[in-house]
Design a protein around this ligand. Structure first.
Ligand SMILES: Nc1ncnc2c1ncn2[C@@H]1O[C@H](COP(=O)(O)OP(=O)(O)OP(=O)(O)O)[C@@H](O)[C@H]1O
Ligand SMILES: [Mg+2]
Length: 291
């Protein structure tokens, strides 16, 4: 497929209903933050590098929040490597009745928007140039009928590319959570991503130490496959909390493959959701105090 402006088989979203920046076409230098609308909290979930479990953690955290009867949405900002639809077993296309895009809804009622819904099948790559990616991100926020949400989670692509920059500059995010793995020898990459957020005045809410240990199938003892995790040290350096430590759970891959990751539950996920809610509340209280 030619790396042109738009992927064959893709369907560009129509005009957003509100959000001035989304209407502005996302031109560099013209970016401005959109309104939050009826969304109470917007939190980006990212990492420095790929494959650390961002999407899985985002999808499982959203499901955990949903189990508490909260209204939750996920904006899949990984335009070229979208994975949320697959994790929830969702397929497109999304409806657009001329008044904005209707998100897809997972089995438990989580609203989802993803570039995956704009291609004909799972194997079709999404190849869009930077400016269109920027526009798509703003439209995924401002051009979607998210309705009233308690939490909108943004599943970020890894690294420090155009997408995080666009998210930070145009979406009114409360803060960002970083997913790390214990063997993060690539802590430098993580720090680059964390520094980028901090430099752009995005509050760092905390880190998730994913795949921190595995339970012995016989005695259930915790085995730290990569030795003691370095994640708490990285969190301490930034003065932010470790919101949760999740074990390697082999059934997660199975649930993910079957589009049933919402069914994953554990004490650790519950604790992560509690810490996440607390951290978002705290950062909001801090920003009210500094007004
Ligand atoms: N706690 C866990 N236990 C077992 N497997 C896990 C866990 N977390 C993630 N995985 C597996 O690790 C792989 C990568 O996870 P995932 O796709 O969520 O990472 P990612 O950071 O979003 O990757 P990308 O950078 O490609 O977007 C997947 O196969 C997923 O099933
Ligand atoms: Mg991902």
């Amino acid at each position: 497929m030619a790396p042109s402006g738009e992927a064959p088989g893709s369907r560009p979203p129509s005009s957003p209903p509100h959000a001035a920046a989304a209407r502005g076409g996302g031109g560099r230098g013209l970016l401005q933050r959109m309104d939050k609308g009826l969304v109470r909290h917007v939190v980006a979930i990212g990492s420095g590098k790929g494959g650390v479990g961002k999407s899985s953690v985002t999808a499982m955290l959203a499901a955990e929040l949903r189990r508490r009867d909260l209204a939750v949405g996920i904006l899949d900002a990984d335009i070229t490597g979208p994975s949320i639809p697959k994790l929830y077993g969702l397929t497109g296309p999304l409806a657009d009745r001329g008044e904005g895009i209707e998100p897809a809804t997972s089995r438990s009622g989580i609203s989802v928007v993803s570039s995956q819904f704009m291609v004909e099948d799972e194997q079709t790559p999404v190849i869009w140039r930077g400016p269109l990616v920027t526009r798509l991100i703003t439209q995924f926020f401002g051009g979607v009928n998210w309705g009233a949400l308690d939490y909108l989670l943004i599943d970020m692509p890894p690294g420090t590319s155009d997408v995080p920059l666009t998210v930070f500059q145009t979406i009114p995010i409360d803060g960002m959570v970083f997913v790390l793995t214990p063997q993060d020898l690539a802590a430098l990459i993580v720090k680059k991503a964390m520094n980028m957020a901090r430099d752009l005045h995005v509050p760092l809410l905390g880190v998730v130490d994913n795949m921190a240990w595995i339970a012995c199938p016989h005695c259930h003892e915790r085995i730290e496959l990569f030795g003691p995790s370095r994640v708490p040290k990285v969190a301490a350096e930034y003065g932010i909390p470790v919101l949760g430590q999740l074990p390697v759970v082999p059934s997660i891959s199975e649930l993910a493959d079957e589009g049933r990751i919402e069914e994953a539950t554990s004490t650790e996920l519950g604790a992560l959701a509690d810490a996440f809610v607390r951290s978002v509340d705290e950062v909001n209280q801090r920003s009210v105090r500094t007004l």
